[in-house]
Structures are given as C-alpha cells and as structure tokens.
Design a protein around this ligand. Structure first.
Ligand code: DX5
Ligand code: ZN
Length: 214
C-alpha cells in the first residue's frame, strides 16, 4: 500500500493535492504533524486535517511527531484521522494510549526513529495495528534513506510470524523505486512517500511503479 506524505505537497492547494493522489491510486494519506519540540520543524494541526477530510475517501493517518501525543491525539481523531501514530521515544504510557485510541474506534500505530533499538517496542507489539519504521530522522522530507533500518523490518516480519501478531509494517523516509524494492523484500506492507510522489510529474505513474517494483 502507498501512503503519500503531504509534507511535500503544495500547501497552497492541499485539498486538490489530496484528491489528486486519491485518484492516482494511493491507499492512505499521511499527515506529518510536527510541534517544534519533538522535531526541529512545525507543520500543521487538526484544523488542516479536518478542512481536507472531504477531499478524499481514503484513511487518514496522523503521524504525531510531538512530545504530548496523549494530549492531542483526540483532536486529530475528531478531525477525521483513522490511524494515530505516536513515537516510542516520548515518555508516556504507550500501551494505555493504544488502548484509548482503540476505544475511540481508531487504529494505533507505534513509530520508532532510526537510532532507536527495535527491542524497545517489543512489549507494545500485541497492542498495535501498525508499526512504523522511520528510515530518516524525522523533521523534514527529501532526506536520504538510512539502510541500517532494513534489519528492523526483517525482525518485525519474523516476529509477527513467530508470535502470530497482526500488525502491518510501514516504512517512512527516503522512499523511491530502489528503496521501495528493498523494504518490500524485507517485509514492509505500507510505504510512505513524500518528495518522490509530489516531486514527480505524474502521480498515478509514480504510485503504480512504487507498488509494482520488486
Ligand atoms: C519525516 C516524515 C516523512 C517525510 C517523508 O519527518 O515523517 O513522512 O515526509 O518524506 P520523503 O518521502 O521525502 O522522505
Ligand atoms: Zn511521516
């Protein structure tokens, strides 16, 4: 599945961009929410998400790169996010948050940064619908894919077979045709791609090639 990251879309016409990638064959829409604390950048909040909810029928995922996801997740859920992603690096009760998100009828996604040990998320694996492996340091689009994270994807793939967990594996950062093939081979199910899709001339062609390359 392909989830275009709006971080690289034209912010002056977000609604049209969302609807264009929806028509171009995307399966989800990825919202990079940044607070200037957890990452050195600021993007948008729930009001923007709500404003463009009508422009797509696809599931919206809110990737919360913020220090207080436990305070703000509900605002994104109310605005129309279907999946809430929160980082293992924030010091909160992650399992409690996953359970609150589920109680609201939404999907929970745990995210980990490139320097973070995969073992740090082991305890929460039974409680999440998606595990998002960052393959760049969060904060900006257009960075180079960090290959050392491929091992995490393979580990997650093995782990779900061994323990019969149901989570999907998602990858975010530096995705292009080459890196898409690598992460798919390692076991990834969902690919987030920002600059590669929105920087391309033909969204439909790029999305379809991202899906088919092996
Ligand atoms: C980085 C974001 C990513 C980013 C991906 O902080 O989480 O979603 O937009 O952008 P590309 O695909 O350009 O690496
Ligand atoms: Zn993201």
């Amino acid at each position: 599945m392909i989830s275009p990251s709006l971080l690289s879309a034209d912010f002056a016409k977000l609604g049209q961009e969302v609807s264009a990638v929806t028509d171009a064959g995307a399966e989800m829409i990825h919202f990079d929410v940044m607070d200037g604390h957890f990452v050195p950048n600021i993007t948008f909040g729930p009001m923007i998400l709500s404003a463009i909810r009508k422009d797509s029928r696809l599931p919206f995922e809110a990737h919360l790169m913020i220090t207080q996801p436990q305070v703000y997740w509900k605002a994104f859920a109310t605005a129309g996010a279907d999946i809430i992603g929160f980082h293992i690096e924030v010091d909160i009760d992650h399992r409690k948050l996953a359970s609150e998100i589920h109680s609201a009828g939404k999907k929970a996604c745990i995210v980990l940064n490139p320097p973070t040990d995969i073992r740090s998320i082991e305890n929460i694996l039974p409680d999440v619908d998606i595990v998002l492996v960052m393959t760049v340091n969060p904060g900006f689009g257009g960075q180079r894919f960090l290959e050392s994270n491929l091992e995490k994807i393979s580990w997650l793939n093995e782990m779900r077979k061994k323990k019969r967990y149901n989570y999907l594996i998602e990858v975010d950062g530096g995705i292009n045709y080459e890196t898409a093939a690598l992460v798919k081979r390692a076991g990834a199910d969902i690919l987030v791609a920002g600059s590669f899709i929105f920087g391309s001339k033909n969204y439909a062609e790029t999305i379809s090639n991202l899906k088919c390359c092996k």
